[in-house]
Ligand binder design. Structure first.
Ligand code: UDP
Ligand code: MG
Length: 327
């Protein structure tokens, strides 16, 4: 499998100082293997506004090893936008994104590239096991993948995070998607082209702490659903239909009770109150959902840049790009 390629590996970094030395050491063997089999490899480390020594460590590494490129964002833009910054700065024919914490084992990288050589444009690395993740995280992840598949109409592979390979042409298409609420796990399947998966055992974070505790995971999940589908808006019809049938039934029963059994009509304080409360709550809920989509539309029409790059660190001996830069 001696196909000459240039490979970029993009790694977003946010407060990962404890893990970075382990990452650099952990990558060394695989990088040599990839270089030998395929050709030049570039590592793009995006510092997403870390408050610790991450950027200093990245800069030092760039000076030490010409394959490393550091991209320093002007502040913390969040994981998905940091990824966008890295993917758009990468110059390889093949671009792989992975986490900094070694949960995505470097040993899987050659498998991803092998699938590319078989003709796939997108190769997802899917976890067979999820390491020591909490029950809460596992259960929510499970529900989430089911819901998103149903509502979005594209195949979002279960247990597949942002560890994936993309061909240059897939990346060009992804770069045309300028949505501000980004959910790459749904956007990449949407692109199409031949896509496949490889499977691996997910390890545990090697150092530092997760940036995705449960509440932030839930926010990402809602972001995913709202950015992939308008299903929550359609919820209004369903709820209306359901309540309409319940209350038609109730009114028919009241009339029947009155005309057949002659019961008084001035009754039913409880049912009246429940009707008002239920309708009120549902109306508020629907307003909330409309508002959410309106807000997203507003943020999108502002057309702000997705990220801002403050500095780029590249060693003076850094190899020149093998691909012509997009104009
Ligand atoms: N990350 C980032 N910006 C953020 C949060 C996270 O660039 O605002 C990076 C982080 O450094 C890591 C990756 O995104 O490389 C995934 O984060 P993490 O490992 O904390 O998530 P988990 O694997 O626990 O879901
Ligand atoms: Mg992680």
């Amino acid at each position: 499998m001696l196909t000459m390629l240039s490979i970029s590996i993009v790694i977003p970094v946010y407060n990962e100082a404890p893990v970075l030395p382990l990452l650099f050491a952990g990558l060394a063997g695989t990088l040599a293997e990839l270089e030998q089999a395929h050709g030049p490899v570039e590592l793009v480390l995006v510092n997403d506004g870390s408050a610790d020594a991450s950027w200093d460590l990245i800069r030092t590494q760039c000076q030490r090893d010409a394959r490393y490129v550091g991209v320093n964002l002007s502040r913390n833009f969040g994981h998905q936008r940091a990824l966008a910054a890295g993917l758009e700065s990468a110059r390889g024919e093949v671009v792989i994104s992975m986490d900094a914490d070694l949960q995505d084992p470097p040993a899987v990288l050659p498998q991803l590239v092998a699938k590319y050589c078989e003709g796939y444009d997108v190769v997802y690395a899917t976890r067979l096991t999820r390491g020591k993740e909490s029950w809460g995280k596992r259960i929510t992840a499970n529900i989430f993948y089911r819901v998103i598949e149903k509502v979005s109409g594209v195949t979002v592979h279960k247990d597949t995070g942002d560890f994936r390979l993309m061909s240059r042409r897939a990346l060009v298409e992804l770069s045309r998607m300028r949505e501000v609420h980004r959910f790459l796990r749904g956007m990449v399947p949407w692109i199409g082209f031949p896509q496949t998966q490889v499977f691996y055992d997910r390890g545990d974070r090697q150092a530092g702490e997760t940036h995705y505790p449960l509440p932030k995971m839930l926010a990402l999940a809602f972001d995913g659903i709202a950015s992939m589908s308008t299903a929550p808006l359609r919820l209004a019809y369903l709820l209306c239909l359901l309540l309409f049938s319940v209350f038609i039934g109730y009114i028919m029963w009241v009339l029947f009770d009155h005309f057949v059994y002659g019961s008084e009509l001035v009754q039913g304080w409880t049912s009246l109150m429940s009707a008002i409360t239920i309708f009120g709550t549902i109306e508020l809920l629907m307003f909330g959902i409309f508002g959410e989509y309106l807000g997203r539309t507003y943020e999108q029409v502002k057309q702000r840049p997705l990220y801002i790059i403050a500095d780029v660190e590249r060693s003076a001996t850094s190899p020149t790009p093998t691909r012509s830069e997009p104009s």
